[in-house]
Design a protein. Structure first.
Length: 114
């Protein structure tokens, strides 16, 4: 199904159980699919990721430090997501990255994951 590291990590973050860390299962897809039409569209995905960002930003300064991001990103992923290289991941940088993941996962290019 979805092979995105960041997406998987966000689920881990929100659910924090070993079993859920292994794979994205159907119930997790259902949590993303808010209107229950059987597909996850861009806005549903973005809503989910925005709340994941908010949960990660413990200091509430609008950006993720390396420590805050450590639960979902390794050093390499952090560097790839921190587009301007200032050592902080802003919400914009985070969403740019995860929406790129969405486009990659959306092989059919119809704007939904199903
Ligand atoms: Ca939907
Ligand atoms: Ca922060
Ligand atoms: Ca940055």
């Amino acid at each position: 199904m979805i092979k995105s590291t960041v997406l998987l990590a966000a689920f881990v973050l929100l659910d924090a159980t070993a079993a859920q860390a292994q794979a994205i299962n159907q119930s997790q897809m259902d949590r993303l699919d808010r209107d229950r039409n059987g597909a996850v569209d861009r806005s549903e995905y973005q809503t989910f990721m925005t709340s994941a960002f908010t949960n990660l930003d413990k200091s509430k300064d609008g950006a993720l430090s390396r420590d805050e991001a450590a639960r979902i990103l390794n050093a390499q992923q952090f560097a790839a997501t921190d587009a301007d290289g200032d050592g902080r991941i802003t919400q914009e940088e985070f969403l740019n990255r995860v929406m790129a993941d969405f486009r990659e996962a959306d092989r059919s290019g119809d704007g939904t994951l199903r």
